[in-house]
Design a binder for this molecule. Structure first.
Ligand SMILES: [Zn+2]
Length: 368
């Protein structure tokens, strides 16, 4: 091949690669997500060039607004709408009304969001749902789940985990008003206010990448600190449907503030839950307490508000019981403090994910 033809050949290949990669990325970008950001009785929305659609029997469209407030009176929603020229209009909308808001710098009760809003008043509550592209949503999620100053490979791992979790929620929410919540019930989302350049870079540089198992989107779990060994999903939720959530050794999280802890519990509180004088402990394969005197480890954890079930010492005194343990969280899936250390040691975000979730693959998102 002559040099010219070779050059042409390579440039065609590069163009083709770019075309197909950008196509799959564009598909990923096209996916929108619906996040519940407010549930309550009254709200205040500000912004620039707001457009409001009231989607009741008659469709009403109002433009160039600067403020929209709403409150419930009985089941009806009272809306007050101010235009940029200071005119105010009032609407009374019946139960199950749907409103949409588009515009710039949309701010709901002091939090600014990308994308638009859908507002539904339903049975005693106003729901405000932020609708935006999944990648923009992740800008406000990753810094709420891990510190923005952690190493970039750890932030990228968290971005892929959060994207996978969000897509899984979308596939499971057909027929519902929203895909997920902005709290720990789903994953914490702080809108535009919570964004940092480092975490935004982590989202952008992993754009569209998702974790699969057997060609299905994986179910993602993570926790703060495993304490030395991650936990099998089978031991916590009694399910064997996640072969990649089996529990692995983790020598990486010893610098976590939760690597060791101690709790004092009043003896009378202890005696309410734990019966019998002699302590008999059944450990699971990760070293966590499966049962203590017949009581499940997870029940003991919630009853005494313990950071984890990885208990390494129990001392029963006259008036108190001292419990020593390691780790914070259920221990299933990715250990976030371990993820940080692995990134510091030079592992890539893919190495980190494949270490904690053995058997998964990481690939560009293409389809549902
Ligand atoms: Zn760990």
């Amino acid at each position: 091949m002559s040099r010219k033809i070779k050059k042409l050949f390579y440039s065609i290949i590069i163009t083709l690669i770019f075309f197909f990669t950008s196509k799959s990325l564009a598909l990923a970008l096209d996916i929108s997500i619906r996040v519940l950001v407010y549930k309550g009785k009254e709200f205040s929305i500000t912004g620039r060039s707001l457009t409001l659609y009231i989607k009741n029997n008659e469709q009403i469209r109002l433009e160039s607004l600067s403020k929209i407030t709403g409150r419930l009176e009985g089941l009806n929603l009272i809306l007050e709408v101010s235009s940029e020229s200071q005119n105010t209009q009032r609407f009374e909308l019946e139960n199950r009304s749907v409103i949409e808001v588009l515009g710039k710098d949309i701010t709901v009760n002091s939090t600014t969001y990308r994308g638009g809003l859908k507002i539904i008043n339903r049975n005693d509550n106003i729901l405000i749902i932020n609708i935006l592209s999944i990648e923009e949503y992740l800008y406000g999620v990753v810094p709420a789940e891990v510190p923005y100053y952690w190493p970039i490979e750890a932030l990228k791992a968290q971005a892929v985990l959060a994207r996978t979790y969000a897509l899984k929620c979308i596939t499971n929410s057909a027929g519902k008003d929203y895909d997920l919540e902005n709290t720990q019930n789903s994953q914490v989302y702080k809108g535009k206010n919570g964004e940092y350049s480092t975490t935004t870079e982590a989202v952008n540089s992993t754009m569209g990448e998702v974790i699969f198992y057997n060609n299905n989107i994986a179910s993602i779990y993570f926790h703060s600190t495993c304490g030395g060994h991650t936990e099998s999903a089978k031991n916590v939720w009694n399910t064997s449907t996640f072969p990649y959530l089996v529990g692995v050794e983790c020598p990486y999280c010893s610098e976590s503030p939760w690597s060791g802890w101690e709790r004092s519990i009043k003896r009378e509180e202890w005696d309410k839950i734990i019966k019998g004088g002699e302590i008999e402990i059944e450990y699971d394969s990760s070293g966590r307490i499966l049962r203590l005197n017949g009581v499940d480890g997870t029940k003991i954890r919630s009853a005494f508000n313990l950071p984890s079930t990885l208990i390494i010492g129990i001392e029963i005194r006259d008036k108190e019981v001292i419990i020593k343990g390691k780790g914070y969280g259920h221990g299933v899936g990715v250990c976030q403090w371990g993820m940080k250390k692995m990134a510091e040691l030079g592992f890539s975000y893919k190495d980190i994910i494949l270490y904690y979730l053995p058997g998964v693959t990481i690939d560009a998102y293409r389809r549902f």
